[in-house]
Design a protein around this ligand. Sequence first.
Ligand SMILES: Nc1ncnc2c1ncn2[C@@H]1O[C@H](COP(=O)(O)OP(=O)(O)OP(=O)(O)O)[C@@H](O)[C@H]1O
Length: 216
Amino acid sequence: MKTLTVDSVTVAYERDHPVLRDVSVIVSPGQILAVTGPSGAGKTTLLWAMAGLLKPAAGTVAVDSTPLRDRDHAVAEKVVLIPQDNGLAAILTAQENIQVAMIAGGSAPADARRATVSSLERLGLAGQADQLVEELSGGQQQRTAIARGLALHGAVVLADEVTSELDSTNRQKVMELLQEEARRGAAVVFATHDPEAAAACDRELHLSDGIAQLVR
Ligand SMILES: Nc1ncnc2c1ncn2[C@@H]1O[C@H](COP(=O)(O)OP(=O)(O)OP(=O)(O)O)[C@@H](O)[C@H]1O
């Protein structure tokens, strides 16, 4: 169980042109925070900073009060990112993608196999386990990326627009799975355009013009 603390974070891709200014928020174990805001508002940027992929120009992102140094450190602290573009290897199968990630994260091969089967089942993808990712539909790829993220059993789970290509039944299912992640004690952050999905989260951080406001 870990707490994610974003403290006065400013992120800039170009010097003196911050995309996010002075953002602070705390996500406790068991909570789901929605990150909302229009396209280009900085949702992905904030999740990348939370994942240790982008170094803030000012401020800190900390897991249990240890400031994150970089992505390797974040991975060691069990910060899992389910990226917007799914990040899957197209020429591996759905199950290979998950197993490779788990073994890279230190799991024994037998454990990785077991967890892969169960997480593909949770996403309704048992029948797609041996299919190459490039042969899956966009929605099936998105669900494979979610299955991989869940299999990694993060202490912090960052889900970036992970329901954008899903039908309403699967959107609902994924929302329930994120809620289950929170129930097992993860601190969950969910960037979304979908007001219904945001309403199902415990809290909502709205981004606009580089400023973050906690609206719930
Ligand atoms: N690698 C980059 N280099 C320079 N600017 C970038 C880079 N990535 C994003 N930006 C800019 O940062 C701003 C925030 O982008 P970001 O992708 O975080 O927004 P978003 O809220 O996730 O958008 P969307 O909802 O469309 O995914 C945008 O103005 C974007 O053009």
